[in-house]
Design a protein around this ligand. Structure first.
Ligand SMILES: *[C@@H]1O[C@H](CO)[C@@H](O)[C@H](O)[C@H]1NC(C)=O
Ligand SMILES: *[C@@H]1O[C@H](CO)[C@@H](O)[C@H](O)[C@H]1NC(C)=O
Ligand SMILES: *[C@@H]1O[C@H](CO)[C@@H](O)[C@H](O)[C@H]1NC(C)=O
Ligand SMILES: *[C@@H]1O[C@H](CO)[C@@H](O)[C@H](O)[C@H]1NC(C)=O
Length: 328
């Protein structure tokens, strides 16, 4: 008997033994089983998402990323998907570009083109509450909303929106022909449920709890960059809510409004796009925001914010077990 025939017999023998244990195995098509018994286990990578050059510089300067030696990157829809390891965890990272359309396009492409286990996003944000978050701090929010989705209402309207421009007239409040803006929900599409209207996009809980335990321990965040130091020791804060819009929020009155009306502690232009895209793909995700400035206060630390947010992202990723796709 040839060696090949022996091998086939051996495999068939194994199949018969395992068939008793596995009700899923098809006995009608043993050749398919032989093929898949040789399949290579595909590694699931963590998808690391960032939006800007400053964020990417923090990652590259850390020295923690090692590009894959055979296949260091793939380009899709104008973005470079960098393949490699962060520490010892297989990842793909992508710089999406800023604002929600670019961020969502980048995340969707990542999920479409790679076998991704979960999405970790890190980026910069402005603090809306200087009593809680100051530059250098890192927030891992429990939920994020799009707060740039408005329906404009006439100023005489009965159904007024939450944001009444007249309340911000200077020097005296009054009516204003800009009327009011009503904050709208957004449609969350999903492969297994009917589309639904939502305002808050929650960060999936099991992940969140895993982070709570570990991230606040033993992590020493950076306090100085190019000789410029932060006002106080930075902290990682878990919980609170975040807001995202396609405008850069610098205005103190508007920042106070977002905090007062929605209890949102930060403003950025990316997080909700990551959340919505991940939820639509039913992928676990986490949002990690480095505070670069306090809205309405002079002084911005974009590099330190990126470095600290990246450090928390890297610590988080190091806690994740590497997952593999089982052979079918
Ligand atoms: C994802 O995993 C599947 C199943 O193992 C494999 O066929 C496919 O080539 C993988 N895709 C990529 C982009 O690695
Ligand atoms: C938005 O959705 C929430 C449920 O997530 C609902 O309670 C609320 O009434 C909706 N608001 C609008 C303006 O449709
Ligand atoms: C706002 O958020 C803080 C922190 O999570 C919470 O303690 C407080 O109760 C919230 N306030 C409102 C009005 O929801
Ligand atoms: C903030 O900076 C601007 C321009 O650099 C300056 O005009 C303004 O007075 C500063 N405000 C405060 C509160 O320091």
């Amino acid at each position: 008997m040839s060696r090949i025939n022996m091998a086939v017999l051996l495999v068939l023998g194994l199949l018969l033994v395992t068939a008793k244990q596995s009700t899923q195995m098809s006995l009608r098509n043993p050749s398919a089983e032989i093929e898949s018994s040789n399949c290579k286990l595909a590694t699931l990578r963590v998808g690391l998402v960032l939006a800007s050059d400053t964020n990417e510089k923090a990652l590259l300067d850390s020295g923690l990323f090692t590009p894959d030696s055979d296949n260091p990157y793939v380009d899709h829809v104008g973005r470079r998907f960098n393949i490699g390891k962060l520490g010892s965890t297989p990842i793909v990272y992508v710089k999406t570009g800023t604002f929600s359309v670019n961020v969502a396009t980048g995340v969707q492409t990542l999920l479409h083109e790679f076998n991704i286990s979960e999405i970790v996003f890190f980026g910069n944000a402005g603090s809306l509450n200087k009593n809680v978050l100051v530059p250098g701090d890192v927030l891992v929010p429990e939920a994020v909303a799009f707060t740039g989705v408005w329906e404009w209402e006439e100023f005489e309207a009965q159904n007024k929106g939450q944001l009444a421009f007249g309340h911000f007239n200077y020097p005296l409040n009054g009516e204003n022909t800009l009327g009011t803006a009503a904050y709208e929900n957004i449609t969350l599409y999903s492969p297994t449920e009917d589309p639904k209207e939502v305002f808050w996009l929650p960060v999936p809980l099991p992940w969140y709890e895993a982070a709570t335990e570990q991230l606040t321990k033993d992590l020493k965040l950076k306090e100085c960059h190019s000789g410029r130091c932060l006002p106080r020791t930075s902290k990682v804060i878990l919980g609170l809510k975040a807001s995202t819009s396609d405008f850069y929020v610098k205005n103190k009155a508007y920042g106070d409004f977002l905090l007062g009306k929605f209890n949102a502690s930060t403003a950025d232009s990316a997080s909700a796009a990551v959340a919505l895209t991940a939820l639509s793909n039913e992928k676990p995700f986490v949002v990690i925001q480095g505070v670069s400035n306090v809205v309405g206060v002079n002084g911005s630390y974009p590099e330190l914010a990126s470095q600290n947010a990246f450090q928390v992202a890297a610590a988080f990723i190091s806690l994740l077990p590497t997952q593999r796709l089982a052979c079918e």
